[in-house]
Write a protein that binds this ligand. Structure first.
Ligand code: Z5A
Ligand code: MG
Length: 216
């Protein structure tokens, strides 16, 4: 076992309008204020060629077969995997807004027999595995009060309800070990304090002296 302290891999997950991007920005800033080096990332990363085609799909400007778009979302993470690993080995903490948990549940939420949670998980196996995934949970009613749904592909109440159920199924699987559920229906500062307590606990944890794990 090495005693070199690597960076941590922290993921913020949740439903639409749960406040992921708001809390993601705060976690990055708070960690920087505490003297940590931080790399901020988000998925989908719409800046790469694969990410651009995902963006077009989400805006309804192009069509993709369900398995194909699933694999593109996954490929969009794989194209960033080496840079995540390098940053972490170099002592930088990587904080990501959505990751493979979203990848798995949004595709499985389409309800196809040939696109199960198990099928959707497979292309993600081998990716850098988070030390901590904060799942920001809000009821669909609270989410709708935060500006309602937008116009992108998955922004419908039926889809969001199914996504929430599947997130809870994922928590029952092996992935649940890495997930902490956060009640994101409270005020922004209250949620931030709750999250930062968990993050500070992680940053002091001995698991950061061990190698980064992979998704199994
Ligand atoms: N997707 C996929 O299918 N497969 C994949 O592999 C991945 C993603 C990675 C685009 O994601 C879509 O891609 C998404 C999943 C799918 N589909 N859907 N639906 P995205 O990340 O680009 O889009 P987004 O995340 O739609 O959600 P969002 O609207 O950005 O939500 P958010 O980041 O969780 O919320 P926010 O921007 O921080 O806050 C929303 C509003 O609420 C804003 O006005 C805030 O000021 C307010 N807010 C935030 N927190 C609070 C609290 N605590 N109280 C009150 N108001 C608050
Ligand atoms: Mg967001």
């Amino acid at each position: 076992m090495s005693t070199h302290r690597r960076g941590a891999l922290i993921v913020i997950e949740g439903l639409d309008r749960a406040g992921k991007s708001t809390q993601h920005a705060r976690v990055c800033q708070n960690l920087r204020n505490q003297g940590h080096r931080v790399k901020s990332m988000r998925f989908p990363d719409r800046t790469t060629p694969i990410g651009e085609s995902i963006g077009a799909y989400l805006r309804g400007e192009s069509q993709q077969e369900d398995h194909v778009i699933h694999l593109l979302f996954s490929a969009n993470r794989w194209e960033a995997a080496a840079s995540i690993r390098t940053a972490i080995e170099d002592g930088t903490t990587v904080v990501i807004d959505r990751y493979y948990y979203s990848g798995i549940v949004y595709s499985a939420a389409k309800g196809r027999d040939d696109l199960s949670l198990r099928w959707a998980r497979e292309p993600e196996v081998g990716l850098p595995r988070p030390d901590l995934c904060l799942f920001l949970d809000v009821s669909p009613e609270v989410a709708a009060r935060r500006g309602g749904f937008g116009n992108e592909k998955y922004e419908t109440s039926v889809m969001q309800k199914r996504v929430r159920e599947l997130f809870y199924e994922l928590v029952q699987l092996r992935d649940g070990e890495d997930i902490e559920i956060v009640d994101a229906g409270r005020g922004i500062e209250v949620v931030e304090r709750d999250i930062m307590e968990k993050v500070v606990r992680l940053m002091a944890h001995t698991k950061l002296t061990r190698h980064l794990r992979i998704m199994l």
